[in-house]
Design a protein around this ligand. Sequence first.
Ligand code: HEC
Length: 181
Amino acid sequence: MTKRSMRTAIGAGVAGLVLWGSVAQAETYDLVARYVLETVRAFRTAYVLHVVEHTKEVGIAPKEDWVKNAHAIPLPAQFVKTAGSDLDTFEIGIIGLTPIYKSNLPKTEAETEALKSLMADPSKKIVTFSEGKQFKAMAADFAVSQSCADCHNSHPESRWRNFKKGDVMGAIVVRLTRQAN
Ligand code: HEC
């Protein structure tokens, strides 16, 4: 092997390793993001089925201003947001294209496009993508009961009053920060 072809071979090997490294890294972030989404979804479902549904029988209901009311508990979205605000190393949140509050809008154009694609094809259920230093994943948030749609349609700050049971109302989002390697 000539020196030149050796250098070319080494160069190709290094490039291959770097490429393999970044593919492997993307796969790892994708997996981690999916685990986080599944966990958030499972906790929220457990909260709805085992806390919200259970306390309903004694007249305790989720209300936005639950803090002021001893007979009220947080809304499922508030439950997710409160847990999210306690995280230091990555973000979880809940977003919508027509949210009750503007603070729940997607944070970037890429997030908007991803959420639009989830709404256009709900069978996708989850979309993931890299954006700058972050790796993001979104899971469609379905109106699993009529009460989801009713509350959003009648909220005074609502900008969309036509939700129906089964609609994708928005998404749970995970934003991981990628480590430089
Ligand atoms: C009693 C009223 C009420 C019910 C019931 C309710 N929500 Fe919400 N939801 C809200 C409010 C208020 C917010 C904004 C909370 C905030 O940002 O502090 C919100 C936020 C959201 C968001 C983030 C985007 C936005 O619109 O702000 C999604 C997505 C969402 N809810 C989906 C659901 C789903 C799915 C259900 C049923 C499982 C549901 N909601 C049940 C009142 C409700």
